[in-house]
Structures are given as structure tokens and as C-alpha cells.
Write a protein that binds this ligand. Sequence first.
Ligand SMILES: Cc1ncc(COP(=O)(O)O)c(C=O)c1O
Length: 370
Amino acid sequence: MEIGSILEFDDKELYMDNPQKGIDDFTLPFMNGEKYNINFYQNARNATEALCLYLKSQISSVILPDYVCSTVSDSINRAGIDVIRYHLNKDFQFDIEEINQLMKDYSEADKKTVLYIVHYFGKALDSSLVALAKEWMSKGYTVFEDITMSIFSKDDGNFGFGNYIIGSLRKWLPIPDGGFIASKNLLPEVPEFEDISRYCYYSYLAQEMKRDYIRGGETDNVLKEDYMRHYKKSIDYLFSDYTIYPVSGITEKYLSNYSCENIIARRKANYKYFYEKLADIDFVKPLIPVSDNYLPFGMIVTTNNRDELLSFLVSKDVYCNVHWRLDYEGLGEEAKLLSSSIMTIPCDQRYGTKDFDRIVEVLKEYKSGK
Ligand SMILES: Cc1ncc(COP(=O)(O)O)c(C=O)c1O
């Protein structure tokens, strides 16, 4: 059975009419039932750009970690704002002095520098970074907190404390699009569009087709090729049309009906099971510990010969991702090393113990062929 790649649709949440709930009731665990202003966009890159444009008169630069998806710096730059990098150290730690110095160098006079913090894959933030961010906030500076890779985590005071919380929903849920900004502050107006974007259209079709492929017992190879073709088209549009779109009606409907408890419970159980199984495999090293509060994005591991292993897994119908392939001037040594050895093995709500047993068998087979 195929493991990984795009999340096929769940029907019930897409088509159900639920008069009790609407998208205004959308909540994430870190919100603790408190009221936030939330804007929904097609994706997190739209959310980041829209936020930067909205705050443009108050922002001149954003201090961003060197280890983060390039879509983040691209969206800040598209809003006409400079990106300054701070560097990742081992084990997702940072040099606090470096960040402190950059914040001072770039903005002591006008407080126009934003500190951008990334929650990595469901790992608790370095406590000294949280303390630093809060110190800068108390001096009147702005903190953007990116929870894209940890949206279902919760840790009072250490998660969701920033002035603006940014996240991508489309990576976690069976929806064609979806990203957001949440804040206790006012937010910009979201633009209105009559139609969904081409990205969303192809993404929607690909997810429908994938569902049919899976339900049909994964025997229809033409359908598989078709869904992959549609998926590729969606990605081509995602990386070429930078219009800021509101979230689609399809996703809005899903978000109005879904509840995250089952998804979280399933992902937690899966992560723990898979993490323990991987203790038998000496050549992949999970980076994110099992925790009560933090929910990992997937099984984030490092390994030697990463790309060879990725290809082997594809040949066995296991589709992994790399978060992230980075190569630009100014990328630090630790970020370079991580980028060349990291991979994400799927461990989401679609799967169960049999799937993880299979992945472990495939990993053993890879090793035995060496
Ligand atoms: C940390 C982080 N933030 C933001 C984004 C952008 O999310 P989206 O793809 O929904 O635009 C990504 C994309 O991978 C990401 O990894």
C-alpha cells in the first residue's frame, strides 16, 4: 500500500452541513478556548506576505532563522521587507547573543525589526529563545511565531505567545489549501475572489482522484498517473502565482466541520509506536522526542546517504519529504548539514501500526542490500 504523498479527502467533513459550527469557531489547541482574530488564506506564504504588507509602515526588516523553508523569506521579500538571518546550532538551538545583537543592530532606534521564530516539527523551543522573544516584546518589538510544523502542539506560555501566529493547515489536513494568521491584534482585510485559484483547483482534483485510487484498492495505475499529474500542476501554480488568495470555500467547509481531537489522538499514538519501532534501526535517527504537549509533524529523522534512501523508499511505495532542501549564500554549517541529511517519514492520521511495521521492514531491506 502506498504511504505518503498528498492527503486524500475525507468526505464527511467536506459535505456535512453543521449549523452548530462555522469557520469562526475554528480553534487550535494552543488557543485554550480564548478568542483570537484569525484570517484564512490559500496558504501560509499568502498569510505571511499579507501580514508584512499590512504592517509595512511599522516593519523594516525581519530577523529569520537560516533553517526554514525558502517560501518564508520569499514571501517577506515580496512584501518589500528585508530578511536578516540568524543561525541554527545543533539540536534546534540558537545562539541567543547573535539574535540579540542583530535585533539591536537593526532596530534599536525605531523598533521596526521583527523577530521571526519557527517551531521545528513539534519540538519544544529552546527556553532561552522564548525568554529573549518575550523580552523584546516587552520592549515594544513585534514577534512572528511560525507554527506551520507544529500546529497541534500546546505549551502554555511557550507556544503561541507571539504577536502574530502564522501557520499552514494544508500540510496537516485533507484540504486543498489553507493557511492562517492568528492574533489578539487587528488583522488586515482578506481579499475576496469569485473563483478558486488554479493551484487550488488542481490540488482539489488530485486529492479527489487519490481518494478514488486508494478506495479502488490501488490497482488503477492510470488514475495514479492522473492524480500525480494533477498534483504536479497544482505545485507548478503554487510556485508561480503569488496572488494573495482567501482560503477556498471547500476548505472553509472542512474547517467548519472538523474537530482536531481524533486527528491529534491518532497522530500521537502513531508517532509513539513508530518512534519505538525505529529503535531497531541504527541508520535513521529520529530528531523529535515523544512528548505530551508537542505533536510532531511527521517522523523527522537524519540519515547518511539520504537521497539514496529516499529513492529506495519510493521504489517501495513509501513517499517521504525533505524539510528543507536549502542552498543559499549565508546558510550556516549546521543548517547545511541538517538540510543534507534530514527527511520526513509520513506518520499522520491516515496510517496505523501495520503501515509503520511495513516501513520498518523496508528500512531493514534497504540495510540488508548494502
Ligand atoms: C515553517 C514554514 N512556514 C511556512 C511555510 C509556507 O507554507 P505554505 O506552503 O502553506 O505556504 C512552510 C512551507 O513549507 C514552512 O515550512
